[in-house]
Write a protein that binds this ligand. Structure first.
Ligand SMILES: NC(=O)c1ccc[n+]([C@@H]2O[C@H](COP(=O)([O-])OP(=O)(O)OC[C@H]3O[C@@H](n4cnc5c(N)ncnc54)[C@H](O)[C@@H]3O)[C@@H](O)[C@H]2O)c1
Length: 299
């Protein structure tokens, strides 16, 4: 999405914070309330909005990408984007509600059902959250991830992982499923090899859910799609219900958000956080503390 970000820009769409002030006419919110923000503004006039799909509005303003985001001490947002947090939920953990909402949406789009066998290709933050949400619905999940650090973290959270550089994933899936193949595969790696794996592991009439934002067109084995009558479904962002479900999952501990937070850095060190993530270091989520007090605001 780099091309959409004008420079200079204030980034940030995964956040939590506390209300400082409200504008005229805002009655539902009080200073001090803890909130997260569903960072979407739609036009309510385009065909997607008319069809009820406002989160994929043709003219969507994804706040933090298309307009100034959360990585600042004070952020002004429309009251309609606010999502209430339980008072008991620590703000650092609440910063993971947004990516959890992505995972809730993805699992819903794929129609994952109890007892289904699910392969998540790519065990970064989004992939791990999808695996946890799918697992919470009663699915049997395997995570395919290249990074040893991320595999270890996922295993520590109770997930079973495979290293695609060390094992033949489609063969393991055959053994795991008695030769049938997986019911659902999530492509969350953003890599060409990940797409290949996700297609290869599916059973007849299996569903491939595309979550990753691929930076360029990818080749896909359409013969396999034909032969196995596969379904491709894509999943983008979330709607309000996904967000509210995500608040509940984080608050009740189904998503152990604290364990996905590798570290918290002050805003002055935000650049080092981006570098660590880009370099594929031993990190999952890094929070940027944008407030005067570390409890006040995270992005
Ligand atoms: N659909 C949406 O609305 C939505 C929302 C958020 C993020 N995303 C996208 O989802 C993707 C994942 O997000 P993230 O934050 O977890 O990203 P990430 O880059 O941190 O994670 C991707 C993971 O895939 C792994 N990987 C790379 N190639 C692989 C392969 N061949 N097999 C297995 N694993 C492989 C990497 O080691 C990495 O851990 C990104 O493309 C992101 O842009 C989409």
């Amino acid at each position: 999405m780099d091309a959409r970000v004008a420079r200079p820009a204030v980034l940030g769409h995964e956040m939590s914070g506390r209300i400082l002030r409200t504008g005229p006419g805002v009655t539902d919110w009080q200073p001090g309330d803890t909130v997260t923000v569903m960072p979407l503004r739609w036009d309510d006039t385009c065909p997607a909005c008319h069809a009820g799909h406002r989160h994929i509005c043709h003219n969507l303003d994804f706040i933090g990408i298309d307009s100034p985001g959360a990585m600042q001490q004070r952020w002004t947002v429309p009251a309609s984007t606010l999502v209430r947090l339980p008072a008991t939920l620590p703000l650092d953990q609440a910063a993971l509600v947004e990516p959890t909402a992505v995972a809730v949406h993805d699992v819903g789009r794929a129609g994952v059902r109890e007892g289904e066998k699910v392969v998540v290709v790519g065990g970064g933050p989004v992939g791990v959250l999808i695996a946890l949400v799918a697992g919470s619905t009663g699915a049997d999940v395997r995570v395919v991830e290249l990074s040893a650090h991320r595999r270890k973290l996922a295993e520590d959270l109770g997930l079973t992982t495979w290293d695609p550089a060390a094992v033949d994933v489609p063969v393991l899936v055959q053994e795991w499923t008695g030769g049938a193949g997986a019911d659902v595969a999530f492509e969350v790696s953003g890599a060409a090899a990940g797409v290949e794996t996700a297609v290869e592991v599916l059973r007849v009439r299996g569903r491939l859910c595309l979550v990753a934002i691929h930076p360029r067109p990818r080749q896909m084995n359409l013969h396999r799609f034909f032969w196995r009558e596969l379904t491709l479904v894509s999943a983008r962002l979330y709607d309000r219900t996904d967000f509210e479900t995500a608040v509940g999952l984080v608050a009740e501990g189904t998503i152990p958000a604290q364990r996905l937070i590798s570290k918290v850095v002050p805003m002055t060190e935000a650049a080092s956080a981006f570098t660590a993530l880009e370099d594929g270091g031993d990190v999952m989520k890094i929070l940027v503390d944008c407030g005067d007090d570390t409890q006040e605001a995270h992005a």
